[in-house]
Structures are given as C-alpha cells and as structure tokens.
Design a protein around this ligand. Sequence first.
Ligand code: ADP
Length: 363
Amino acid sequence: MITVRHLAKEYINNGEPFRVLRDVNCQINKGEVISIIGPSGTGKSTFLRCLNHLEEATAGQIEIDGVDILDRNTDVSLLRRKMGMVFQNFNLFNHLSILENVSVGPVRLLGVPKAQAQEQAMELLRMVGLAEKANAMPAELSGGQKQRVAIARCLSMKPDIILFDEPTSALDPTMVSEVLAVIRQLAKQGMTMAIVTHEMNFARDVSTRIFFMYDGVIYEEGSPSQIFDHPAKPETKAFIQRIRSLDFNIRNRDFDLYGMNSSLENFCQKYALPQSCLNRAQLLVEEMLHGILPFTGPIHISVEYSELDYTLNMTIIQENCTASIFDGPDVDDISSTLVRGYCTEIKEEQNGDNREIILKIKK
Ligand code: ADP
C-alpha cells in the first residue's frame, strides 16, 4: 500500500543543514497497524508528516498504491484524502459544533449532501461514544473527548490509512485509555494505521509490526514480540528497557578512582537508586580494577540501570584478552569472592579480541 525508499529530510537550523531523516525505507501493507517508537527527536513525527506531504521530503520516494507522491505531476490532494491524520493537539475547528466538525469535510471536499453527511457523522460519533455531544462546541469537551472527535472527523473522509502523531501525549493521564480504546477498536476492524506513540504496552498489544526509529532511520523493525522481548540491537534494547547508562573508558592503571566514585554517586542520585546499590557499584568497580582485570589493553565499563525493571548491571570490556578473567592466574581470590557476593549472576564471553563480562548486581 505504501512503499518508502531512501526518504531523507533536511531542515535548515540557524543557517546550517540538519538531517532529521537520513535514509528511511519501509513498506506498510493494507490492514497493518504499525507503531513507530523511539527516543524524542529521532524524526518520527517528521516521517509521518512527510508521508502525508505536510512536509516536503528532501530526497527519496513515497509510493502510495503505486503512485509516487513526490512526483510533481501527482495530484497530492487526492492522495492526501486517502490518508487521514490525527494530531497531538486535536486541531478541531473551534467555531464549529462537534457534528459540524465531523460532517464539514465530506460536504466541502467530497460533495456529500449535508443531511447525509450529518447522518454519517452521527454514526461515527456513536462509534467513538460521543453521540450525545453532537451539538456541543469543542471548548465544552475534555481532551480525551476532543481527540475522539478528531478520530471521528478523520474517519468521515473514509481514508485508506490513518496516521496518528502521538495521539495521547497532550492528554491528562486519566484520558489516555478512552482514546486508546477507540484506536484498538479501529485496529480490530482492520483499519490500516501508523501510530507514533510512547505508550509501549499499547504498541505491543495493538500492532502487527513495530518500527524503532533512531538516528534518522528505521533502525530495527519486527513483530511486537521481536522488538519488545528480543531486540537485536543494543540501542533498541536500551530504549525498550529504558536503560540509563554511565560509561568509563580506562586506558591504563593510572585511573582516577575518586573521580569514578563521584560520577557513580551522581548517577545513582539522579535515578534515585538506594545507597546500597551505590555502595555495591563502587566496590565492584574497585575490586574489578584492583584485583581482577588483567589490563591487557583499554577497559570500558558501562553501568546500566533499567528504569523498567529497576535492575543495575555492569558491562565490562577488557580489550586484547582471550583468556578467562575470573579463572585467570592473577586473580585475587578475595576480590573474586567479594565480586561474586555482590552479584546475582556473572557472565563472561569472548567477543573477537575482547573479553566481555556482565555483572548483574544484587538489588
Ligand atoms: P520525534 O517525533 O522523533 O520526537 P521530530 O520529527 O519531531 O522527532 O523532530 C526531529 C528533529 O527535527 C528535532 O530535532 C526537531 O527539532 C527537528 N525539527 C522538526 N521540525 C522542524 C522544523 N520545522 N524546522 C527545523 N527543525 C525541525
């Protein structure tokens, strides 16, 4: 239904070109529900706006039902009608009643007689649970209700696909579920949808596929279970598990342990980790560096805290090392016993010339 090839979008920020979308490639098939997730600023909204031609792409191709919408000869308004869009801030016509908001499009743009358009609008309002508000004005509605009207208005144009740009992010948390319920209902009815969202549980439930956007591309895509349970790339995993990390790169034995301890303290304070976690992390770093790691080359330590399951792990990469570290000849037994005591699990793996150790720290 939609094929995107090598889509790029550049903005000029303070006179400098700024490439938001670098090379986006994807296909969206009829009946699919695609959730687009990823950190802020990675171009998710820009991607939707390029699809809908609200933004002009800098390069690439967007084909809808075989027609290239970036071709100058294409009648974009016709294609745009195939694609409805629901915005963060509803964008209702504030001077029109709810019924008029949902019937004005078909009357003005599709030439549907007013009475018929209003009848269809009532049906759509019933579907989103707002028939009794038909004669109200937008200002009388809550955010959740306005967004449901915006969805009904979008449906009134009978689109082939609906693009949702963070449809719940401007809502009070108590109103999120009523909007998500309407979107779920549309998914059940087989509506094709692409949804930019931060609601991870919803994305997992409702989607046929997930696009994880990062660094201006679709960095990883897959079924909800692939992306949420078995992400292939570290960046995807870090996003899904809401991992906050602190990295140290140590070149030789003249490392600054005081400086590292103070960075660890700031990190634990920032994410409200208990004192016991800080103590364990500091002692682990010290024991690993003083008693266990062989310093065969640079050492990279990454302390990772998951805000999803509140676990604290430490990944250590010892460069130029092919032998087991914990079973190595120079390991200090006391350090080794202490490290084992602070962890629930210790894994050691060979990765090319480097030895990788993952320490799962006790809570
Ligand atoms: P996301 O939806 O992933 O949070 P956006 O697509 O909204 O990301 O924005 C990506 C980046 O592009 C941001 O850094 C934003 O500041 C920039 N950007 C978005 N729209 C414009 C614009 N009209 N002009 C200049 N920069 C923009």
